[in-house]
Design a protein around this ligand. Structure first.
Ligand SMILES: [Cu+2]
Length: 304
């Protein structure tokens, strides 16, 4: 508790401690009073209970004190939360991209890394993007947690205050390998950061129009273009190949052609490729434009 790992630790921890303290105080006091009264006014002792009616001062007291307490709890939470939504203008920007089931970090200059490396004592704004479903960006040591929502801009920011390695977790149940969706946040000195970022290779940009359509629609998150098996079959070598699919419970062999690609986009659960679960992909009918099918097919032919 109360480390200097980030500028938010102090505020969050104090709010947590105060609220927990108030809760524990009432839990202990009320339980103790309850036990005390059960014993004191036990029927066997022969003391009949008296109904108290119309005691305005008692009522004012039990309305006012809890009201002040809950408003105070709201206030300390609010006061800690507001700065978290006001990233300083001079903050360096990194984009954390969540996809089933990994984190990638995009640095200026089109550089990508799988570890979030940041210089100490510099405010950083982490833009949050999802390629597919809901994810959660959570670094417990920094006391920050934000939702990563597809098609929506969101961000988190903080000032790392201690050198070291911290865990980053996904907090939203995003599929079978959700629990493996972790990453490391490494806080280093400015000099080490400069060295690291300079050595980071620039990501090759694929300007193929068909690939861009696939990228824009989030297909690449589950279907790789290098032959690696992921959530779905890889696109590499797919077009023209003979694959086994299950249609209405029966297994059959088909040749992947334009018609199959289109049908898989519109109704992905009709013919399930062998070895992949049903129901994981949603229909992209109306999302992928008709005019884009040609581009997709051309691209897939090109990476046969
Ligand atoms: Cu996730």
């Amino acid at each position: 508790m109360f480390s200097n790992a980030s500028n938010f630790v102090h505020g969050v921890d104090s709010a947590f401690l105060i609220i927990t303290g108030i809760s524990v105080f009432f839990l202990v006091t009320l339980t103790a009073l309850m036990i005390f009264f059960v014993v004191k006014y036990n029927r066997k002792n022969g003391k009949p209970a008296v109904q108290i009616k119309d005691n305005p001062w008692l009522e004012i007291t039990w309305i006012t004190i809890p009201m002040i307490l809950v408003l105070y709890m709201f206030y300390i939470g609010w006061e800690g939360f507001i700065p978290m939504r006001q990233a300083p203008k001079n903050a360096m920007e990194v984009t954390a991209v969540g996809s089933m089931w990994k984190w990638e970090f995009e640095y200026p200059g089109n550089k990508m890394a799988d570890t979030l490396v940041l210089p100490i004592d510099k405010p950083v704004k982490v833009n949050l993007a999802s390629k597919d479903v809901l994810h959660g960006f959570f670094v417990p040591a920094f006391r920050i947690k934000e939702d990563v929502v597809p098609q929506k801009k969101n961000y988190s920011w903080f000032i790392p205050g201690e050198l070291g390695q911290y865990d980053l977790f996904c907090t939203v149940y995003c599929g079978v390998n959700h629990s493996y969706m972790t990453a490391i946040v490494k806080i280093v000195s400015q000099a080490d950061y400069d060295k690291w970022i300079a050595a980071l290779p620039v990501k090759k940009v694929d300007n193929n129009l068909g690939f861009k359509v696939l990228e824009k629609n989030g297909c690449i998150a589950c279907h790789t273009k290098d032959g690696t098996k992921s959530v779905g079959p890889s696109f590499k070598g797919l077009y023209g190949s003979t694959i086994e699919v299950t249609t209405n419970g029966t297994t059959r062999k088909i040749v992947v052609d334009s018609a199959y690609i289109e049908s898989s986009i519109i109704d992905p659960n009709k013919d399930i490729a062998a070895g992949y679960p049903q129901g994981l992909m949603k229909s992209y009918k109306g999302i992928v434009k008709e005019s884009d099918y040609k581009l997709i097919n051309e691209y897939l032919k090109s990476i046969k």
